[in-house]
Design a protein around this ligand. Structure first.
Ligand code: R5P
Length: 357
């Protein structure tokens, strides 16, 4: 018993001596390690670092910090490299957008369905030039119930911020120019600040071009040109809207020229009107065309307009009055949606309208 105690005692003393020696070595290392870190002649207190299992201990200025290190032991080796299988190339579904950046494509994909390449945009920006015209007197009552059926909403920031719930999660094509109203000379417009469009998280910015109108042509083209610069900087697509000048013939020659001018100046989408010879307008425009509805037509004629436009190459519609001035706006937008995306004929679309109305 006594011997055991002696052995224990000797071992302990020896252990203490060894421990003290190691401590002095470590202290020496402290000073050696800390020296390079001294600045402006002030010698910092010892720095030391060591690891046990996955914990890294650092002592700096008498403070101990413990860090958990990455668990390298369980790092699984990759094994499924698909060797011999060619990587998938992606063909983008929006005309003329193949060379654009990821942000632009993401926004365009929110507007144009990746399944059909088409879109049904609901335009209710009329108030910015017309005031509370028929159908948009109360956007909360008349338009919000339709929004569910639209692929994209086209409106001004005033209506967006005050009436459209941000939980809707629908892409927005923001009316981004403003100026004169129907009471004066239309389209003497200025471009809004793109920062507001970014804050509003819009998927596209729309602005008007007055091609062929001596007073406003240059100014509206300059607005589009500037918007395209900004849109390309921040990845926001630009939609050029061709306003028909007073003295302009509403034919393929005029719409072809106006649409092409939009695209040449950087528009990623063009909104124009359907006309005879529409295929030529589409063929000569390197970006997708969506058609405006124009004045209210009987529902069967409006559906025929949609069908013909899609059949002749339009990538969709951006309609307002023919939807919200319909006798049954909810039925009308669903019928338009079926014609655009499902290929219903005008007759089938009209039957669907009557069933839903
Ligand atoms: C015109 O500048 C506006 O963008 C309208 O929203 C547009 O023309 C579409 O509306 P509608 O189908 O009533 O012509």
């Amino acid at each position: 018993m006594r011997r055991c105690f002696l052995e224990y005692y000797v071992c302990s003393v020896w252990g203490f001596v060894v421990f003290s020696y190691q401590l002095s070595v470590i202290s020496y290392q402290f000073s050696v390690i800390s020296f390079p870190f001294s600045r402006r002649g002030v010698l910092h207190t010892p720095n030391y670092q060591f690891s046990i299992f996955n914990f890294q201990f650092s002592i700096t200025n008498y403070q101990l910090s413990i860090r958990i290190m990455a668990d390298l032991d369980d790092l699984r080796e990759g094994a499924n490299f698909g060797l011999g299988v060619a990587s998938r190339e992606q063909n983008f579904h929006v005309k003329g957008a193949g060379n654009l950046g990821w942000g632009m494509k993401d926004r365009l994909s929110r507007i144009f369905s990746p399944q059909t390449g088409r879109t049904v945009m609901l335009a209710f920006d009329h108030g910015f030039i017309m005031g509370p015209t028929s159908g948009v007197e109360r956007v909360d009552l008349n338009i919000l119930p339709l929004a569910t059926y639209a692929d994209c909403l086209m409106c001004t920031r005033g209506i967006l911020q005050t009436i459209i719930p941000p939980v809707f999660n629908k892409p927005v094509c923001l009316r981004s120019d403003a100026g004169t109203t129907i009471l004066t000379q239309l389209n003497d417009n200025v471009l809004m600040d793109i920062e507001d469009a970014i804050r509003l998280n819009v998927s596209a910015m729309a602005l008007m071009l007055s091609i062929g109108e001596p007073e406003n042509e240059a100014k509206t083209v300059a607005n589009l040109f500037k918007a395209a610069d900004l849109g390309s900087r921040y990845g926001i697509p630009i939609m050029g809207v061709t306003a028909v000048g007073k003295d302009m013939a509403r034919d393929a020659r005029y719409f072809g020229l106006a649409s092409r001018v939009c695209a040449e100046n950087g528009a990623n989408i063009v909104k124009t009107y359907y006309c005879d010879g529409f295929e030529k307008v589409v063929a000569a425009c390197p970006v997708p065309i969506v058609i405006a509805g124009g004045k209210k037509l009987p529902e069967n004629e409006a559906l025929e307009l949609c069908y013909n436009a899609i059949n002749e190459g339009a990538a969709g519609v951006d309609m307002g009055r023919n939807v919200f001035q319909s006798s049954s706006p909810t039925a009308m937008i669903q019928a338009i949606h079926a014609v655009v995306h499902e290929g219903l004929t005008p007759q089938q679309g009209y039957e669907l309208f009557n069933d839903l109305a």
